[in-house]
Design a protein around this ligand. Structure first.
Ligand code: PRP
Ligand code: URA
Length: 207
């Protein structure tokens, strides 16, 4: 599929297995989520622009780089928050904006309840973060809000996707690449990903 990037790194697969395992304790789940988020983000950010700068080493003057544009992370509340700490270990200067979207438990339709989107969004490299791409409804709505706010460089970074969510997102936002650690089989009758990892927000926050 175009613009779908699935991480195959062995360490990513080990982290993913820990997340899937229902016996993984909450603190292990958090650590695995943060490590895996950093790995997927590293792949997703591999194409962002650099600016050349001068740097003085202890030996000689040479050339180096800094990021050309601000990096902006947009977690979809709540579960997207679980991806932040790992990613900030790579880009500690990143701006963090927030979008609050919850699925209706009966219909799985996205309900938008919060947004804090700074003006810098329009000039930055924006990463929409949500570990689960199930029906795709939440990510489709979040990306719509970001585009309405002026975002141009947008990528979706997740942990587990499935064919239904990928199709829905690519149909709505064919210009936005998707980065994920897994593409699972599909959805069950409650619109949970199979085999998946359960409810990402509940497992990360211990609710
Ligand atoms: C979960 C998950 C995604 C969404 C994915 O959020 O974190 O945001 O479902 O499902 P979709 O692709 O079918 O929209 P949920 O609504 O359970 O909220 P939470 O993160 O607060 O638990
Ligand atoms: N949200 C989750 O947290 N898990 C799923 O499998 C689907 C939606």
């Amino acid at each position: 599929m175009p613009d779908l990037h699935v991480l195959t790194h062995p360490i990513a697969q080990v982290c993913l297995t820990q997340l899937r395992d229902q016996s993984t304790r909450p603190e292990q789940f958090r650590t695995a989520m943060q490590r895996l988020s950093a790995l997927v983000f590293a792949e997703a950010s591999s194409g962002i622009s650099l600016q050349s700068i001068d740097v003085q080493t202890p030996i000689v003057a040479t050339k180096g780089f800094k990021l050309a544009r601000p990096v902006i992370l947009v977690p979809i509340l709540r579960a997207g928050l679980g991806m932040i700490d790992g990613i900030l270990s790579l880009v500690p200067d990143a701006v963090v904006a927030h979008v609050g979207i919850a699925r209706d438990e009966e219909t799985a339709q996205p309900h938008s309840y919060y947004a804090k989107l700074p003006q810098v969004l329009a000039s930055g490299e924006v990463f929409l973060l949500d570990p689960m791409l199930a029906t795709g409804g939440s990510a489709v709505e979040a990306a719509r809000q970001l585009k309405e706010a002026g975002v141009k460089n947008l990528r979706l970074v997740g942990i587990v996707a499935c064919p239904q969510g990928i199709a829905a997102f690519q149909h709505a936002h064919p210009d936005v690449p998707i980065y994920t650690a897994a593409v699972d089989e599909g959805l069950n009758d409650r619109s949970y990903i199979v085999p998946g990892l359960g409810d990402a927000g509940d497992r990360y926050f211990g609710t």
